[in-house]
Design a protein around this ligand. Structure first.
Ligand code: ATP
Ligand code: MG
Length: 348
């Protein structure tokens, strides 16, 4: 195996940081909105990617499966084409500086800003008693990014509000502790065309935690079983009713999986009731299955070698930690803490 890239060795290249929660299956929304972009950007950026398990515990989760899900998510990312020879890939909780920097940044983050985050408003409705961790989720995300002083964060649209907050926190910390100079760069979002893929329920964005997904590693049969009952244009009550493709999620998914001639045919056959919705879904399923087959094959092969995945994650965490511990050392210094005695400077 090739040694992991050390971002410290790539001077001048802008740095990317992005993360994904092991809160469920890696789905086509994650792939089209973020991960596919990560894979492409590896050639032009110094890339750091993270399975953010500390974020995943801010929602209800099963502690008996968290470890397996974390490894599965890493396996999925490698199968998508994250290349450990080019990028760092690691697990957030393996680098304790994420939690440490989050605490330090909590002290410059206004509560009012956290309370107005859309994701907080949505997800807090799932709790009778809302955990403070859910409110502070965007501060941890800010710490993730600032720890590596990343310039760019490739994400879906749902995360742009959190990134605005990250920029605000970076500015406030810089003003307070770095004489206004840009110790922390203000991270910019990088969106794909597919910045918000809707779920199969047609109600909300596709989300791991909403059970409205198509898994990137689903079998051909599973893909079909999930697509079959998916919401389409409600005007198409019977096969003979003409529809409007613009309001149909299936049509929008065709745009990412079908060739241009098919996309045009789908629109025409929907408007003219030439196809039933099931016909249209079958064509989509076939194209989706074809597009995802190589990723699924690579994932199945990697699932046979969990020790290889663990080794990649261990190398990634070690390299990430070299950067993270240096940032936290400087942050502690600027915030005025008594320096740690030698020997406990980098706890493990
Ligand atoms: P959860 O429901 O647990 O929040 P999720 O499906 O939203 O899970 P995250 O781990 O929160 O996934 O996000 C991983 C990345 O995928 C982020 O960059 C996010 O912006 C992007 N993403 C998530 N859902 C979508 C979607 N429906 N369309 C486009 N991008 C998405
Ligand atoms: Mg999410």
């Amino acid at each position: 195996m090739l040694a992991p890239a050390d971002p410290g060795n790539l001077p001048g290249m802008p740095r990317i940081f992005s993360g994904i929660q092991p809160s469920g299956e890696l789905h086509i929304g994650n792939w089209l909105g973020a991960v596919q972009n990560w894979v492409n950007l590896q050639h032009s950026y110094d890339c750091i990617f993270c399975v953010v398990d500390l974020h995943a515990i801010t929602s209800k989760y099963d502690h008996t499966t968290l470890a397996a899900r974390t490894r599965e998510m890493a396996t999925g990312l490698l199968a998508c084409g994250i290349d450990p020879a080019r990028s760092l890939l690691f697990v957030q909780s393996h680098v304790p500086e994420h939690s440490e920097l989050q605490w330090l940044l909590n002290t410059v983050t206004p509560i009012g800003e956290l309370e107005r985050m859309t994701q907080f408003k949505d997800k807090s409705q799932r709790f009778e008693s809302v955990p403070a961790g859910l409110l502070n989720y965007p501060v941890l995300m800010t710490a993730d990014i600032l720890l590596y002083r990343a310039d760019v964060v490739p994400v879906g649209e749902d995360q742009t509000q959190h990134l605005e907050l990250a920029r605000e926190v970076a500015r406030r910390w810089n003003a307070e502790f770095a004489d206004g100079e840009g110790f922390f760069p203000e991270p910019a979002p990088l969106l794909t065309e597919a910045k918000r893929i809707m779920g199969l329920d047609g109600q909300a964005k596709m989300s791991k935690s909403l059970n409205n997904t198509i898994g990137l590693l689903d079998s051909p049969e599973e893909i079909w079983q999930k697509l079959r009952p998916a919401k389409t244009d409600p005007a198409r009550v019977t096969r003979k009713d003409p529809g409007n493709p613009e309001v149909c999620n299936i049509y929008h998914l065709h745009k990412y999986f079908s060739p241009p001639a098919t996309i045009a045919e789908v629109a025409e056959k929907c408007r003219g009731a030439g196809w039933g919705c099931l016909d249209c879904k079958r064509v989509l399923a076939d194209n989706m299955i074809r597009a995802l087959a190589p990723i699924r094959e690579r994932a199945l092969a990697l699932q046979e070698q969990p020790e290889r995945v663990d080794e990649i994650l261990a190398d990634g965490a070690a390299a990430a930690r070299r950067i993270a511990s240096e940032t936290v050392r400087e942050v502690r210094d600027r915030m005025g803490f008594l320096p740690r005695p030698r020997g406990v400077a980098v706890p493990s």
